[in-house]
Design a protein around this ligand. Structure first.
Ligand SMILES: CC(C)(COP(=O)(O)OP(=O)(O)OC[C@H]1O[C@@H](n2cnc3c(N)ncnc32)[C@H](O)[C@@H]1OP(=O)(O)O)[C@@H](O)C(=O)NCCC(=O)NCCS
Length: 182
């Protein structure tokens, strides 16, 4: 059976739904234009809503192709868009995560809550054997997020990826994973 990603998730405080083109303005304003938020991310800080629109078009194409699904984290009480989490089908047995939250929502455990729900879902899919994510070695909050969501530290990937807002050189990253035990 191929991995089929769900249309959404619900947690105690959040509703995760598929990102749509109409989310561009919120994504731009909430996190993608904030250099403090994008410091450790793999894309340059957005300069206009058009950058967010281009991002969402890429997400939509990947979703249609069955490669990944990008969910917006919305607040259960009022539907406000707080951030995004990406589930990527990297191989028929492996899922990768990426995530980001608007700065004013940091420190409330919201992303660990969203990531833990994704990990719980994946653990219930027999075809998934590995779920993982990585973060820049300097991104302490992201490392902690993965630990709190039940991923385990595996090691450092030397010179793994360029984080363009930090400079042109590939950076060392910490890898965290959940694996299905035999
Ligand atoms: C990473 C991120 C998603 C975390 O989301 P969050 O909902 O704020 O996560 P939490 O509320 O659990 O807070 C982060 C944890 O890291 C800890 N932390 C944050 N900065 C820290 C620092 N400089 N040193 C030590 N611990 C730190 C917090 O204390 C907290 O852990 P605790 O609950 O054990 O005290 C959010 O900070 C973010 O969007 N950052 C920018 C984008 C990004 O880096 N995404 C990940 C790319 S790999």
């Amino acid at each position: 059976m191929p991995i089929i990603l769900p249309p959404g998730f619900e947690t105690e405080r959040l509703v995760l739904r598929e990102a749509v083109a109409a989310d561009a303005a919120a994504i731009f304003a909430e996190y993608a234009s904030d250099p403090e938020v994008t410091r450790f991310l793999s894309f340059p800080t957005h300069r206009s809503v058009a950058d967010a629109e281009a991002f969402l078009a890429t997400c939509e194409a990947a979703r249609k192709a069955g490669r990944s699904n990008t969910y917006v984290l919305t607040r259960r009480s009022d539907g406000a868009v707080l951030g995004v989490i990406d589930l990527r089908i990297e191989t028929p047995f492996r899922l990768g995560f990426g995530y980001v939250l608007g700065r004013r929502h940091w420190g409330q455990g919201l992303m660990p809550e969203a990531l833990a729900a994704s990990v719980r879902w994946g653990a219930g899919q027999a075809e998934i054997w590995r779920m993982w994510a990585f973060c820049d070695v300097a991104n302490v909050a992201s490392a902690r997020t993965m630990e709190k969501a039940g991923l385990r530290f595996e090691g450092v990937l030397r010179r793994w990826i360029v984080h363009p807002n930090l400079g042109p050189e590939p950076r060392d990253c910490r890898a965290y994973a959940w694996v299905r035990e035999p």
